[in-house]
Design a protein. Structure first.
Ligand code: SF4
Length: 176
């Protein structure tokens, strides 16, 4: 299975969420949220699509296929722009961009940086990839592969984030 930014993002939030998504268990309203997020992207910055490029990236890394789709890339200044609709800064958002930066590097394009924009918070965070984080990504890829290949779903994490997860009812209904 190809490892993409969504799996990285989900794995950092919750390995169980990553497993469920990778194994094709998606909640009805998850896709609504994704669609909603896409609309938010388009309506927040309608001029973006003209100014920046959409870039599809892929790389083979130690026998693993890695892929990523960057919606807004500023080729001139080597900046990835990512917009998040929520009103909370999340570590997983930054890792999504760190993964993209790594993918650019694996394609021979160095010194790319990221910007995560939170319009609701009127805030932008800059994202860089350090040597340590590059190493961590390298360690995370086999862990994700192992997690999603496991026939057993990882346990519920019993975290406060569960309440706003689309799998909440599924996880806490005692079915899996
Ligand atoms: S409800 Fe909690 S345990 Fe279940 S997938 Fe979501 S974050 Fe993970």
């Amino acid at each position: 299975m190809k490892i993409n930014a969504t799996l990285i993002n989900l794995y950092i939030v919750c390995p169980r969420q990553c497993w469920l998504h990778a194994n094709g268990i998606n909640m009805e309203h998850t896709s609504d949220i994704v669609y909603d997020g896409k609309l938010f992207h388009e309506s927040s910055y309608p001029q973006r699509a003209q100014k920046y490029q959409e870039v599809e990236l892929s790389a083979q890394w130690k026998g693993v296929s890695l892929t990523g789709k960057v919606d807004f890339y500023d080729r001139k200044d080597k900046i990835i722009h990512e917009i998040k609709r929520g009103n909370k800064i999340e570590e997983a958002h930054e890792w999504q961009l760190k993964f993209y930066i790594w993918l650019f590097e694996l394609n021979g394009i160095e010194e790319v940086v990221g910007k995560v924009e939170y319009p609701k918070l009127r805030l932008t965070t800059d994202v860089y990839l350090s040597d340590m984080e590059r190493k961590l990504l390298g360690e995370m890829i086999p862990q994700i592969q192992q997690t999603i290949a496991d026939e057993n779903c990882p346990p519920v994490i019993e975290s406060k984030i569960c309440k706003r997860c689309s799998y909440f009812e599924f996880c806490y209904s005692g079915e899996v």
